[in-house]
Design a binder for this molecule. Structure first.
Ligand SMILES: O=C(O)CCC(=O)C(=O)O
Ligand SMILES: [Fe+2]
Length: 281
């Protein structure tokens, strides 16, 4: 039977983020409530739902409304199911995600959506920040936006893996069996559903702009990386157990603050995405 709810939405900042109350995520949402969540995600880039108790199977079923779910670390294996989603402690890998990024942008087809549920948290610390790449793009001077619209950039797994020390080597070995270590993506990606433009270069993975000299590219990227960190475009979420964050990697980036040294256990599921397209197609 479909679950009947009265959803309510509270925005966190003008640029990014909203809390949804009155919805228990799962595979039995009625179509109106599902549409409410889908629209909120498109409108606000990241949505938060508190006290979410649904089973992993049921969350997986919920995500099937958005596309094809994958387990958190598969980087595109063919036959994931909810039984593959293991509870994951971020403690050992926390420095790898303490840098602004959009998930796995080093893939040809990066995941479009990520779902994270906090299971067990440090007493303090371990907040996560999200920033709107649409707002960051819109805030740039028009001639600069026009220039960026025509550029592409190289995203490489080497940069984040280097930050993860010994864990990086294990990830890289598994990854390289299936994928090239770098991809070229547009600097400005057009969201396939909203048609809005968003900056799509990340401090985590983007190491070069195609066609620019090394010093031009380095300085342009440094300027953009500084720009997207502005508090004008971002929020900081203080987690409680059983919070779910659901975000759209095509319109936001995130940064996990590594200021904790006790276990921080989550469940994480991603939804397969498409190759990003620039304004020129
Ligand atoms: O630790 C976190 O809150 C988020 C880590 C991260 O970057 C991710 O799950 O994609
Ligand atoms: Fe991430």
């Amino acid at each position: 039977m479909a679950t009947r709810t009265t959803p309510a939405l509270n925005r966190l900042t003008p640029a990014v983020g909203a809390v949804i109350d009155g919805v228990q995520l799962g595979d039995d949402l009625d179509s109106e409530t599902l549409g409410f969540v889908q629209k909120a995600l498109l409108d606000h880039g990241v949505v938060f739902l508190r006290n979410q108790q649904a089973s992993v199977e049921s969350l997986w079923g919920f995500l099937e409304n958005f596309g094809t779910p994958w387990k958190e670390d598969s980087f595109g294996s063919d036959d994931d199911g909810p039984e593959d989603v293991a509870d994951f402690d971020f403690l050992p890998t926390r420095h790898g995600t303490a840098i602004w990024h959009s998930d796995s942008s080093f893939l040809a087809e990066p995941p479009k959506i990520t779902l994270l549920r906090a299971l067990s948290l440090p007493e303090i610390g371990g907040d996560t920040c999200w920033a709107s790449m649409t707002a960051a793009y819109d805030a740039l001077y028009a001639p600069l936006r026009a220039m960026l619209d025509d550029l592409t950039a190289v995203h490489s797994i080497d940069v984040p893996m280097g930050r993860m020390g010994e864990y990086g080597d294990v990830f890289r070995a598994n990854f390289e069996e299936r994928h090239a270590s770098q991809q070229v993506h547009p600097v400005v990606a057009v969201h396939p559903e909203t048609g809005r433009k968003a900056l799509y270069v990340t401090e985590s993975c983007t190491n070069r702009i195609v066609g620019l000299s090394p010093h031009e590219g380095r300085h342009l990227l440094a300027m953009l990386f500084e720009h997207i960190k502005s508090p004008d475009f971002n929020l900081r979420w203080r987690w409680s157990e059983n919070d779910i964050a659901l975000w759209d990697n095509r319109s936001v980036q995130h940064y996990a603050v590594p200021d904790y040294d006790s276990p921080r256990v989550v469940q994480r599921i991603i939804v397969a995405g498409e190759r990003p397209k620039g304004p020129g197609g």
